[in-house]
Write a protein that binds this ligand. Structure first.
Ligand code: SF4
Length: 341
């Protein structure tokens, strides 16, 4: 079953010069999706929505197919050297999502048909940094899984990295339509990560995404396909009952994975934080949100690009860190904890 059937699609005419663009075009037409044209994938007019909520929901159901012109990749700390631009935006409707801040009022989905050119550029970055290795992150501005049935971009990218001696690929998803990637020739060069959270947080905030158990089942299959497997736990919220909920989440994960999978996994832990702009955007789209956005309960931290963010105060951060370190050691003694922020 397709995780995503767009309500409407827009194509740049130039996208039809590429076989992938034509394939997507014919597929959408066969499916009866309303297909239109746009002069630029960066500026799409005609997505309906009178209120911020409507605009957001309609954009999340809109697929835009274009040619990626900018082939300069952004840097991507702390998980990689560069972002690999495969997809922009996502069908998920997570109330806390950072894309609510970066993609404006209409975060429509964008896919790029000049994948060969994008990968060619990645190859140049790898050559420039050689003999150092170069790591690329495939989900810095999206969750790339829901559109994979249309583009096959992840599979192609995974197989591209399999033969790059000095290049590695990582991506993360909350989605579970992973079957098409299980037989990819990955050569051990891709780290396949799942983003997980407590069931409570998933139910409350991560709308239109699969439940925890499905994510764990998908992760088990990924490990069986011999991928490096990782988990991003985040955003971690400090709320009444958090210890019980996150303890239960880790226990379920431990029970759901095979012993050999548990030995080699990686964890990345990210606590919840927000900027003033994020708060404004979240409240515009989810006016009744229960995402904790009270500045009084946080400390302000200056960010890398001049804007600051509100993070949990040091005592709460310490408590969270100690808890997760302890529980991860208990359930996954051989796992690697990459970072806690
Ligand atoms: Fe954002 Fe990830 Fe949720 Fe998509 S699944 S809305 S990218 S947090």
């Amino acid at each position: 079953m397709l995780p995503f059937i767009p309500k409407r699609a827009y194509f740049e005419r130039e996208a039809l010069n590429y076989p992938l663009g034509r394939n997507i075009y014919y597929k959408l037409q066969e499916m009866g999706v309303d297909v239109n044209f746009t002069t630029s994938h960066n500026k799409v007019l005609g997505i309906p929505g009178k209120t911020p909520q409507e605009a957001y929901m309609e954009a999340k159901r809109t697929l835009v197919v274009g040619v990626r012109k900018t082939l300069e990749f952004e840097t991507c700390k702390p998980s990689a050297h560069y972002q690999l631009p495969l997809v922009t935006s996502c069908i998920g409707e997570c109330e806390y999502c950072y894309l609510n801040t970066t993609l404006g009022k209409k975060p429509y989905l964008r896919v790029y048909v000049n994948l060969d050119e994008i990968l060619e550029r990645a190859k140049k970055y790898i050559e420039e940094r050689s003999p150092e290795v170069t790591i690329f992150e495939g989900s810095a501005t999206s969750d790339p899984l829901p559109v994979e049935p249309y583009t096959g971009a992840l599979k192609k990218t995974i197989e591209f990295f399999a033969i790059q001696e000095k290049g590695f690929f990582r991506f993360v998803t909350k989605f579970t339509n992973i079957d098409s990637l299980l037989d990819a020739e990955h050569g051990g060069k891709t780290t396949f990560r799942f983003s997980i959270n407590s069931e409570n947080i998933i139910k409350k905030f991560e709308h239109n995404t699969p439940p925890l158990e499905e994510r764990i089942r998908a992760a088990k299959k990924v490990a069986l396909a011999d991928y490096h497997l990782g988990f991003i736990i985040g955003p971690i919220f400090y709320y009444p009952g958090w210890k019980y909920d996150y303890g239960e989440m880790l226990e379920k994960l431990s029970l759901g994975l095979s012993e050999s999978a548990k030995k080699a996994i990686e964890f990345e832990l990210i606590t919840h934080r927000f900027t003033a702009r994020a708060k404004k955007n979240i409240l515009a789209v989810f006016p009744k949100t229960k995402v904790p956005l009270d500045e009084e309960e946080r400390v302000f931290k200056f960010g890398q690009f001049g804007y600051g963010k509100y993070v949990y105060p040091p005592d709460k951060m310490r408590e969270l860190k100690e808890f997760f370190e302890l529980k991860i050691r208990e359930y996954f003694p051989d796992a690697t904890l990459l970072y806690f922020v």
